[in-house]
Design a protein around this ligand. Structure first.
Ligand SMILES: CC(C)(COP(=O)(O)OP(=O)(O)OC[C@H]1O[C@@H](n2cnc3c(N)ncnc32)[C@H](O)[C@@H]1OP(=O)(O)O)[C@@H](O)C(=O)NCCC(=O)NCCS
Length: 132
């Protein structure tokens, strides 16, 4: 089940940095979080900023025990279908699984930030909203 985070106390999982998310949620007026739950337990989340005409993905994570089962794909698709806007993000060049799920959902690589992550390149990706 996918739902929007309303109350930070819905998050009780150790894989999520709740303090960081709570701080963002309280201080970033554009912050939105979508949760993926299974049997009422949060197994994944996507934290993004919905800034007027565009969206930036800040964090996207599935609990280790629930990866490689299509959950990331499901959550990303739900977010895309919810926002109907152009979406940008940055990902480490060596994060092949994340890049795979982004590319599968229409994101393309637009630029490289050389050595951005302690020597590993950062890849900027973008997905244009086709519903406009
Ligand atoms: C990126 C992430 C959210 C993807 O979640 P997920 O639930 O594993 O995603 P999916 O199951 O939908 O898999 C996406 C693709 O990667 C592949 N994949 C994922 N894990 C894999 C593994 N361990 N071995 C081989 N392929 C794998 C899947 O097969 C799938 O490709 P396919 O559609 O061709 O089958 C998850 O790996 C994660 O939480 N990573 C750590 C946090 C992170 O890096 N976030 C992204 C920051 S930009």
């Amino acid at each position: 089940m996918i739902s929007e985070l309303i109350n930070i106390n819905e998050i009780d999982n150790s894989f999520i940095n709740k303090d960081y998310l709570e701080n963002e949620f309280n201080n970033n007026p554009y912050a939105k979080v979508l949760l993926l739950k299974e049997d009422n337990k949060v197994i994944g989340y996507i934290y993004y900023s919905d800034i007027y005409e565009r969206v930036e993905i800040n964090q996207f994570e599935i609990d280790k025990n629930y990866r490689n089962k299509g959950n990331g794909n499901l959550l990303l698709q739900a977010m895309i279908n919810k926002v109907h806007k152009d979406i940008t993000l940055e990902v480490r060049e060596d994060n092949t699984y994340a890049i795979k799920v982004y590319e599968k959902n229409g994101f393309i690589k637009t630029a490289t930030r050389k050595g951005y992550y302690n020597g590993v390149d950062g890849i900027l990706m973008e997905r244009k909203d086709s519903s406009k």
